[in-house]
Design a protein around this ligand. Structure first.
Ligand SMILES: [Ca+2]
Ligand SMILES: [Ca+2]
Ligand SMILES: [Ca+2]
Length: 204
């Protein structure tokens, strides 16, 4: 009975770990990105990210609801930070779709479609990308910046950029690493169950 309880507790812990609540972390704290440096539907005023074991979310709060019919929204990622390329990935939301591309040194190469959602309450646009698509958590920080352009996939002369220069840095330890969290918990639960079973079957 106690073995079963230990196993159930272990499974419960794993379930809670896998479905941990996503919490927004402010990228510019305090906010320095100002209103008025772009047209309202692309004018960013606050930036956030959230990460769980499998996905990273990027959120931009705008002055007015996003208008994908007239603008292109992008998030650039320098991951690994520095090293070969200044930009490694680009998340795009435009009239042509929502997708992620990777820089190969010469061109942007399409990787896969993305889920991008509008949060009307916060007047924000949220990009979701899987950690696997970015090549795993790795051992490097991620530098991130946002650029919003007029038109469809123009990628030149951004209407607004956040931050206005450089990028925000997400420390690698801020991205949960699934194996490091779950494996010890699972082994601990399994070990506890085996110990209790042995105790019951092989009395000293
Ligand atoms: Ca702005
Ligand atoms: Ca890089
Ligand atoms: Ca700006």
């Amino acid at each position: 009975m106690r073995a079963l309880a230990a196993l159930l507790l272990g499974v419960l812990f794993l379930t809670m770990t896998a479905h941990a609540q996503v919490e927004w972390v402010q990228l510019d704290d305090p906010p320095k990105e100002r209103a008025g440096d772009g047209e309202a539907p692309v004018d960013m005023v606050d930036l956030f990210y959230a990460a769980n074991a499998t996905h990273i979310l990027f959120r931009e709060d705008l002055v007015a609801l996003p208008d994908v019919g007239n603008y292109t929204y992008t998030v650039y990622l320098d991951k690994p930070q520095g090293q070969e390329y200044e930009q490694d990935f680009r998340l795009v939301h435009s009239q042509s779709g929502s997708y992620i591309e990777q820089w190969n040194g010469t061109d942007w190469v399409y990787l896969e479609d993305l889920v991008v959602t509008v949060d009307a309450g916060n007047v924000s646009l949220i990009f979701e990308v899987s950690v696997d698509t970015l090549g795993g958590v790795g051992d490097s920080n991620i530098k991130v910046w946002f650029e919003n352009y007029p038109g469809e996939d123009t990628f030149t002369d951004p209407d607004d950029r956040a931050p206005n220069g450089g990028g925000f840095v997400i420390h690698r330890r801020a991205i949960p690493n699934l194996p490091l969290i779950v494996v010890p918990a699972f082994l601990a639960a399994l070990g506890g169950s085996v110990y209790l079973l042995r105790k019951r079957l092989l009395p000293a």
